[in-house]
Design a protein around this ligand. Structure first.
Ligand SMILES: Nc1ncnc2c1ncn2[C@@H]1O[C@H](COP(=O)(O)OP(=O)(O)OP(=O)(O)O)[C@@H](O)[C@H]1O
Length: 343
């Protein structure tokens, strides 16, 4: 079978022969698929992306496209597009001059170029902006132009490095949806580097969690959220705290009650349970706990409680409660996750 799309095998990237930024990564990206590389600062995601692009030398391993090694191809011969945090538009060209730049360089005739630029500007929501100087654009508009420019030559793979990081939160959220729509509409194959969970989950078909130069798990957003492979991945996604559990048949029993052991962990004798956002609810009955502190967030009252056993956790409350109050907790098991290992 011919591998199609991007195939990365045993990839290693080092700096100065001392820092290992990418420590042996395997990654497949199918044609038309969008994969997000998600990890905290220094996890190696930019180094991996840059090595795929050809911007960073590969210390070991291979990068293939449709089965062919691209190692000997310089950046501009790989047919890969790049988009960065700061879109780096050409300041002395207008919007059309920026979007059409790669087309002009490739010798596309003027009338076809004009039509293609118009089509791309429509796609990114900037219809009629052709003659605008790029200095008059907002940050969000500039990134839309940068996206249109990188899509113009129809790259076989688009590599995006934190493309929304310089924008404020609400714009970032909106543009993440837009990016998803645009990448789908154009059938673009893409690798999307981000440290923002929501962005990765919004844009990507599959999310690759990176830590310490390695990929810890690659899965579709829902699968990643509901079945993180281990405590480290679950904690990175936002599960906290992790309750010790005793395994009893098909249940992992905790101080807050039992959680069903998922099929992929059946037979594992050492398990723990991570609490996701909203997993604990203050109610009229359930396990007693003491309120430590409280806050009001996004229209909901939340309390920090001491659980039996001493761990602290957040719980959603029906009303604002006072520190010192004893409340009763109910566990919404659909928002908890079972992972291997002792507590
Ligand atoms: N040009 C460089 N020279 C030396 N070390 C580098 C260089 N670039 C990155 N590193 C190191 O390689 C490791 C991985 O960095 P990388 O930038 O790939 O991570 P990242 O996950 O993309 O982080 P960030 O989101 O902060 O960019 C880090 O330890 C970093 O300090």
């Amino acid at each position: 079978m011919t591998a199609s799309g991007l195939t990365v095998r045993d990839l290693v990237v080092t700096y100065d022969g001392t820092t290992t930024a990418v420590a042996g990564v395997d990654l497949d990206v199918a044609v038309g698929e969008v994969v997000a590389l998600l990890g905290s600062s220094g996890s190696g995601k930019s180094s991996l992306m840059r090595a795929v692009a050809g911007l960073e030398p590969v210390a070991a391993g291979t990068v293939r496209w449709d089965g062919a090694d691209v190692a000997t191809q310089p950046v501009h011969r790989r047919g890969f597009g790049l988009m960065f945090q700061d879109g780096q538009l050409f300041p002395h060209r207008d919007v059309a001059g920026n979007v059409g730049y790669g087309l002009a360089a490739a010798g596309v005739p003027r009338d076809r170029r004009v039509a293609r630029v118009g089509e791309l500007l429509r796609l990114v929501g900037l219809e009629g902006y052709e003659r605008r100087p790029v200095s008059t654009l907002s940050g969000g508009q500039a990134q839309r132009v940068a996206l249109a420019r990188s899509l113009a030559p129809e790259p076989r793979l688009l590599l995006l490095d934190e493309p929304l990081s310089s924008l404020d939160r609400s714009l970032r959220e909106h543009l993440a949806w837009e990016l998803r729509r645009i990448l789908r509409a154009t059938g673009t194959t893409a690798v999307y580097v981000t440290h923002d969970h929501d962005e990765a989950f919004t844009v990507a078909d599959r999310v690759a969690v990176m830590d310490g130069g390695r990929l810890r798990q690659v899965a579709a957003p829902q699968e990643l959220w509901t079945a993180p492979v281990d405590r480290a991945v679950a904690a990175f996604l936002g599960y906290s705290p992790f309750l010790p559990a005793t395994v009893d048949g098909g249940a992992a029993r905790t101080v807050l009650g039992p959680v069903a052991v998922p099929e992929h962990l059946e037979g594992t004798t050492s398990l723990q349970v991570g609490l996701g956002p909203g997993a604990l609810l203050v109610g009229t009955e359930g396990v007693p706990a003491t309120v430590r502190s409280r806050r009001f967030r996004q229209g909901r009252a939340e309390v920090m409680v001491d659980l039996p056993g001493g761990q602290r956790a957040h719980a959603l409350a029906p009303a604002v409660l006072e520190p010192g109050q004893v409340v009763h907790l109910r566990l919404d098991t659909a928002r908890a996750v079972v992972v291997p290992g002792g507590g």
